[in-house]
Design a protein around this ligand. Structure first.
Ligand code: ZN
Length: 394
C-alpha cells in the first residue's frame, strides 16, 4: 500500500539497485523517484520509462512492478553491453497510482502533469487521518525536486510504460505484445433513485413507489447504452446500496454507481446524453425521483503514433507478434502523455485477472515485453557506442 513501511522498503530496494547500476536518483516533492542513466548528451530530454510499485490490499505482484522492473532491466542490459545512448535514460516510480489508501488515483503522475496541485495531493488523508505529506515524511520520501512540469520538473523526450494488460484480449488472441494506441476516456456517476418506504404486505402493488424496481430499469440501460456502442463502449454498475435493505420493506431509495468508458470523447458524451435521457424517462414512467451526478471525468488519451510505431518495430526485432490494443484502465502513462510523447507496451496476464492475488504472467512474455521496451527506448534515445566486448543487445 502506498507510503507504508513496506512501500519504503520497496522504494529503498529499487533505489539501491539503481545506484548499483551507476544511476543518479532524484526524488520529487510528491515522492516520485527518477533513476537516471546519463547519456552522451545530458542536455537532451531523457527517454523515460516506469510505472508504480504500490498495490491494492489484495493485489498481485505484476501490476505496476513489472513496468518498473522492466525499466531497471533495460538499464542493466545497457550496462552489461556497454551501450552508451545519446539521450539519458530514466526509470520512474510514480507515487500512489492505485489510489487505494489515498484518493485521487495516479497521484504522483497527476501532480507531475498538473491535473491537480501538489498542495491538494499532500493534504489528502487516509482512513486514519494520516495525510500524504505526513506519510511521505515518515518514510523519508518527501524529496527536494519540483514535482510538476509547471514548477520546473523536466519533461521527457519520450515516455514508455510496460504493464500487464489486466484484461483478456492478448491472451485470447494468443499474442504476446500489445502496442497500446490509447486509453479509454472515463465518466463516473453517482445515481440516486428515491421512492417511498412502506410495508411489503399491506401496500398494494399499484400504490407503491418502489425505488429498486425503478432503479433496476436504469441499471439495465447503463449496460445497454454500452452494448449499443461497440467495440469501445463500456458500461458498469458496480456498487448498489438499497435503503433500508430489509426483506419486508419496499425500498425507499437506491444509490448506485455508473462507470462509462469510451475510446473517443464524442462517444463518451453520447453515452452521457443517453444516460441523462434514460434518467428523465424513468421519472416520467415511474413514481420516483432520480438524481445523477458526474463525479469523475478522464478524457480519452491518444498515445503518440511515432512511439507506438517504435513499439511495433521493437516487437519485430524481438521476433514477437504484436497487436494494436486500447487500454481500458487508467495508467500513469495517461497523465504523462499530457506532457510528452507517450506509449505503452502490454503483455498478457493469466486469464486477464488483475487486482487479485492470483494475478500471474508468463516469464517468457515478461521477458519479451522488456526486450520490446529496450528496443523502443533505444530507437528514441539513439545508440551512440558500444564499449564492451559483449554483442549488442538482442
Ligand atoms: Zn498499474
Amino acid at each position: 500500500m502506498a507510503l507504508t513501511e513496506l512501500d519504503r522498503q520497496a522504494r529503498d530496494l529499487f533505489v539501491q539497485w539503481c545506484r548499483a547500476e551507476g544511476c543518479s536518483v532524484r526524488i520529487d516533492a510528491i515522492g516520485n523517484i527518477f533513476a537516471r542513466r546519463p547519456g552522451l548528451r545530458d542536455d537532451l530530454p531523457a527517454i523515460a520509462t516506469g510505472s508504480h510499485i504500490d498495490t491494492q490490499p489484495t493485489g498481485g505482484k505484476f501490476d505496476g512492478n513489472y513496468g518498473v522492473m522492466a525499466g531497471l532491466e533495460v538499464i542493466r542490459t545497457l550496462n552489461h553491453h556497454g551501450v552508451r545512448t545519446e539521450a539519458p535514460i530514466e526509470v520512474c516510480v510514480w507515487t500512489n497510482e492505485e489510489g487505494s489508501r489515498f484518493v485521487p488515483v495516479m497521484m504522483g503522475s497527476g501532480v507531475y502533469c498538473g491535473d491537480f496541485t501538489l498542495e491538494h495531493a499532500l493534504s489528502r488523508a487516509d482512513h486514519d487521518g494520516v495525510t500524504v505529506a505526513e506519510a511521505l515524511a515518515t518514510i523519508g520520501y518527501a524529496g527536494p525536486a519540483p514535482a510538476s512540469v509547471g514548477s520546473g520538473a523536466p519533461r521527457f523526450g519520450a515516455y514508455f510504460e510496460a504493464h500487464i494488460e489486466q484484461g483478456p484480449v492478448l491472451e485470447d488472441a494468443g499474442i504476446v505484445i500489445g502496442a497500446v494506441t490509447g486509453a479509454l476516456g472515463q465518466r463516473w456517476y453517482d445515481v440516486s433513485v428515491s421512492g417511498m418506504e412502506s410495508h411489503a404486505g399491506p401496500t398494494p402493488m399499484k400504490l407503491r413507489k418502489d425505488a429498486l424496481y425503478a432503479a433496476t430499469h436504469l441499471m439495465q440501460q447503463v449496460v445497454d447504452i454500452a452494448l449499443a456502442r461497440q467495440p469501445h463502449g463500456r458500461g458498469t454498475v458496480g456498487c448498489v446500496h438499497v435503503h433500508p435493505n430489509s426483506r419486508n420493506v419496499i425500498p425507499g431509495r437506491v444509490d448506485f454507481t455508473v462507470d462509462f468508458r469510451h475510446a473517443d470523447d464524442a462517444g463518451l458524451l453520447d453515452m452521457d446524453a443517453a444516460l441523462r435521457q434514460a434518467a428523465a424517462e424513468l421519472q416520467r414512467n415511474f413514481p420516483v425521483g432520480v438524481t445523477l451526478e458526474q463525479v469523475v471525468y478522464y478524457p480519452p488519451a491518444a498515445f503518440d503514433p511515432v512511439l507506438v510505431d517504435a513499439i511495433r518495430h521493437g516487437a519485430e526485432r524481438a521476433g514477437c507478434d504484436c497487436l494494436d490494443i486500447v487500454s481500458g484502465a487508467g495508467h500513469d502513462a495517461v497523465y504523462v502523455a499530457r506532457t510528452a510523447p507517450t506509449a505503452m507496451i502490454f503483455v498478457p496476464c493469466k486469464d486477464g485477472i488483475s487486482h487479485n492475488e492470483v494475478e500471474d504472467a508468463d516469464p517468457a512474455h515478461l521477458e519479451a515485453g522488456a526486450k520490446v521496451l529496450l528496443h523502443a527506448m533505444l530507437e528514441r534515445a539513439g545508440t551512440a557506442s558500444c564499449e564492451s566486448g559483449h554483442p549488442a543487445p538482442r
